[in-house]
Write a protein that binds this ligand. Sequence first.
Ligand SMILES: [Zn+2]
Length: 216
Amino acid sequence: MKLKKSKSTLSIACIFFFFLLAITFFSAPEKYDIIIKNTKIVDGTGKAALRGDIAIKGEKIVAVGRVEGEAATVIDGSGLVTCPGFIDPHSHADLTIVKYPLAENLIMQGITTFLGGNCGGSAAPQKDLTFGEWLSKVEDEGISINYAPLVGHYTIRILVMGHDYRRKATPAEIEQTIYFITPAMLAPMFTGGGGIGVVWMAGPLWNGCLRMSGTR
Ligand SMILES: [Zn+2]
């Protein structure tokens, strides 16, 4: 009776094993959009580089290591390093991004994110363009790169005071500065910050800007 039970257990195990074997042999190979083969992978965590493959589906990396499967595009990564995109924290690309939405000059350097609006200057606000409208315009254009925007201090100071900015702002001008800065700070930005170019002409004259944080 005991022997009979072991036999039936063995039969079930055999069936299960052959079933798994059949799945392994007959299942279709995994399909990816892109596979980068045999590349030196630096993952950005500080770990030592490793050699392997990277598989991408849609906009996501779905496998790293030894990747089996098929892809519409297979890139030979031998002799190349594959790493996360670089962040350029000091860029003025916001001034040109709408004209050159593909930003090839940045992408070809491996830069995939830039911080725009540095040194106190940003593409918006302008007389007839709020910061929020500017961001919508960029979004509608569909740029190839991530853009973390700052709103420029001297852009607003000159917008409010014209080129007579080498003096203290009047209370009315400070109110106007706040009027332009507030929607920029409330816009759904990646950084939600302001750029102040302290070495430039309008930079040190930041009364009106600091009032925003109550430190005037
Ligand atoms: Zn700069």
